[in-house]
Design a binder for this molecule. Structure first.
Ligand SMILES: [Zn+2]
Length: 115
């Protein structure tokens, strides 16, 4: 067999330390049912990719691409705007990673991520 190998229920490429994973094609958290990435997933992703924030953006960009396809296929009328989807997947880490100049306010903003 030459096709890509499926890895159980975990989303492909998901970091090992993140337990709040997306349930496709709805893109809700498998654990808490919130829109993914939920607050717990964001915290875990920030911790997992602390040393390599660029990899976090690459991972999330792949998720965004798949989510747009999945959600649009499910119901084009409720997908929402592209800007909202972008912010849901890629906007928040830009506000939380040191790679983008976030300094001492990170702790405060992590609380914001959980709200
Ligand atoms: Zn969750």
């Amino acid at each position: 067999m030459t096709g890509p190998r499926r890895r159980g229920v975990a989303y492909r490429g998901a970091p090992a330390g993140v337990e709040h994973l997306p349930m496709r094609p709805l893109w809700l958290c498998r654990r808490c049912g919130q829109p993914w990435p939920c607050g717990a997933a964001k915290l875990a992703l920030l911790a997992e990719y602390r040393e390599v924030p660029v990899s976090l953006f690459l991972y999330l960009a792949g998720c965004l691409h798949d989510a747009i396809d999945d959600l649009h296929r499910l119901n084009p009328s409720v997908t929402g705007s592209a800007a909202d989807m972008f912010d849901r997947f890629l906007g928040w880490p830009a506000r939380h990673t040191h790679a983008y100049g976030v300094g001492s306010t990170t702790a405060v903003r992590i609380e914001e991520a959980l709200s």
